[in-house]
Design a protein around this ligand. Sequence first.
Ligand SMILES: [Ca+2]
Ligand SMILES: [Ca+2]
Ligand SMILES: [Ca+2]
Ligand SMILES: [Ca+2]
Length: 459
Amino acid sequence: MITGTAGTDDYVETVLTVTIPAGATQGVVNLTIVDDNIDEATESLTAVGTATNATTSSPATVTILDDATDVPAITLGDVTVTEGTDPTAVIPVTLSNPSDEVVVVTVTLAAGTAGTDDYVETVLTVTIPAGATQGVVNLTIVDDNIDEATESLTAVGTATNATTSSPATVTILDDATDVPAITLGDVTVTEGTDPTAVIPVTLSNPSDEVVVVTVTLAAGTAGTDDYVETVLTVTIPAGATQGVVNLTIVDDNIDEATESLTAVGTATNATTSSPATVTILDDATDVPAITLGDVTVTEGTDPTAVIPVTLSNPSDEVVVVTVTLAAGTAGTDDYVETVLTVTIPAGATQGVVNLTIVDDNIDEATESLTAVGTATNATTSSPATVTILDDATDVPAITLGDVTVTEGTDPTAVIPVTLSNPSDEPVVVTVTLAAGTAGTDDYVETVLTVTIPAGELKV
Ligand SMILES: [Ca+2]
Ligand SMILES: [Ca+2]
Ligand SMILES: [Ca+2]
Ligand SMILES: [Ca+2]
């Protein structure tokens, strides 16, 4: 009879006999031991010998030490998970062979490129029942909004009654929705006041890598004479979401409408932005001022007074200057009263208007009028003076008429005085007498004068 902690899976159960010859006292029986791969404690059984013609023995103990190669080896499986999709990494834990005791495997984590912001650091254990070889531990994966490269950590399994595993790798693929989107802010600047347009660059969420955003410009109504065309870049550090690029604005002296361009941000590791608009308000000081030049003309020689019209600086639009006349000593009988306009093309600053001068035969003093220039998109000028010198041939010639009188009948000789053409001032004609065959005893010697009114040829 055989009993003990060792069972019939440890040795071959059978009836063992030995025949001890007459006269002898020694013999052996051979108990077959089972060689399994189960990790076992030291076990024993007992054996008792009986014979019909001998006294039964006391129990003897057979002790079975376990095979040292039956200590199970732990293996952890490599796992790949996707952040956002897989809340846990299920790490398989395997024993190379079973144990007849419970095996409690402790899984220890070691950060690699993945750190403790990528998974929940904790002690992971799995209890593998006696006789079993499979189990799992669940590693919680952190779902953040950070754009990350593929990262990994390692895990090692240990147990008091099993051989420590090699490191297994847990690979974490990033959530595809964590790729940041670029947004550029719209900006309005004023030429002359703002040397640069500071364009805000924002990421929808951070990256764990540097994001270099390239801002590409596209001309709209604003062109490359309005801003400095160049490649703009901003480096947004890992973990940050804000930056700016500085677009240099050209400060010219051209009067311009409000203009705009667009900007788009791109990066190798972020989503391209929608176009943002940079609006450029013009410098208020670029509205051109009109200047009219003073002109002197001579009636009869100059049929027109050519009045120069100048803008202080150009406009990118046509400037139509209206020149308004105001009579001075010269009136509308000295020049043709009409609306004078000149169209100065975009980008130009010079023009003229032609004022028609009336050529009469009236003897006149030097006269003048004034002219003022206005436009909807320019500043009104100061008055300019147009001076009209009179035609030298308009000085009237005096003609005295011959007269015959009869002494005793005609008490006076009425001498006609006539001007060749009128004057705009009274003409006082002095008639001087000179004795001929008639002497001062024939007429009254005196100074004779006659005043011919302005505009008349005779009295
Ligand atoms: Ca064994
Ligand atoms: Ca992430
Ligand atoms: Ca301008
Ligand atoms: Ca005249």
